[in-house]
Design a binder for this molecule. Structure first.
Ligand SMILES: Nc1ncnc2c1ncn2[C@@H]1O[C@H](COP(=O)(O)OP(=O)(O)O)[C@@H](O)[C@H]1O
Ligand SMILES: [Mg+2]
Length: 267
């Protein structure tokens, strides 16, 4: 069997000595879209933060492997350079920085680390000139059916929910990650944002990429068809299945599952 793209094994995570993740297991192969669902406070965003390398979270047990390599010892920028993308780490407002400039910085940083790796291995890395970057950006914007004027907008200044998501998806398209994690938070995506995310993910998904979609709402899954659905409650994945699990969840709600688990534990 091929090495999985992404493998979380018995992950335990504390925040300020309180255990939040209590043994999470999750395997994502290239070409697969997984949805991670669960009620508020179950630990979904904690998992995303730990993958990103957020310093407030302490891993007490378990591992996270990406293409077979344990990433927990890597710096956040090294994780990004290796091709892990997290969509929630988006800067709120950067006055005076246009989308295009912000994206060029992000892409240049990731490419630079990748180039250093290639050169350390004795290879020759090609650099991206400003002209090539513009061409690449145009190409990605066309793929995502985005208006070119978007690139000249200032970062997040007066952006709607949908525009913030568009910026995020464009960043993902330019970085060409192998593993993308999108945390849709619980603050509610408007219908425009939902459409942007789903069209973007559907345009970018492919046989080389693993995707983890974190969502509180079943709605997003009307637009993106995951291959696998996982339900997290109280720091553990308590149910796993195919897309039908999300439909069942919509019909029955989290409460029902919680009661089932409590009944099973009482036996
Ligand atoms: N920085 C933090 N400090 C203290 N507690 C936190 C912090 N981040 C998350 N938590 C707690 O961890 C639990 C899981 O939160 P979170 O991962 O955000 O859940 P979800 O994304 O599923 O809604 C919650 O009980 C939350 O209060
Ligand atoms: Mg969350």
């Amino acid at each position: 069997m091929a090495t999985p793209m992404f493998e979380v094994d018995n992950l335990h995570v504390n925040i300020e000595d309180k255990e939040i993740l209590k043994g999470v297991n999750l395997t994502i192969n290239a070409g697969e879209i997984h949805a991670l669902m669960g009620p508020n406070g179950s630990g979904k965003s904690t998992l995303a933060s730990v993958v990103a390398g957020h310093p407030s979270y302490e891993v007490t047990e378990g591992s996270i492997r990406y293409k077979g390599e344990d990433i927990l010892e890597l710096e956040p920028n090294e994780r990004a350079a290796k091709g892990i993308f997290l969509a929630f780490q988006y800067p709120t407002v950067i006055p005076g920085v246009s989308m295009a400039n912000f994206l060029r910085m992000a892409v240049t940083n990731v490419r630079k680390s990748r180039a250093e790796e290639i050169e350390a291995a004795g290879g020759v890395a090609t650099k991206l000139t400003p002209r090539e970057f513009r061409r690449l950006m145009k190409e990605k914007m066309a793929l995502l059916k985005m208006d070119e004027s978007f690139a000249t907008r200032y970062l997040n200044e007066g952006f709607s929910g949908g525009e913030k998501k568009r910026a995020e998806i464009l960043q993902m398209a330019l970085l060409e990650p192998s593993m993308a994690i999108l945390d849709e938070t619980d603050s509610g995506l408007d219908i425009d944002a939902l459409r942007v995310v789903s069209e973007g993910v559907n345009a970018l998904a492919g046989p080389e990429m693993g995707i983890l979609l974190i969502t509180h709402y079943q709605r997003l899954l009307d637009y993106i068809k995951p291959h696998f659905v996982h339900i997290m409650m109280d720091g553990r994945i308590v149910r796993e299945g195919g897309p039908e699990l999300a439909i069942e969840l919509e019909a029955r709600g989290y409460e029902n599952i919680r009661e089932e688990l409590a009944a099973a534990a009482a036996v």
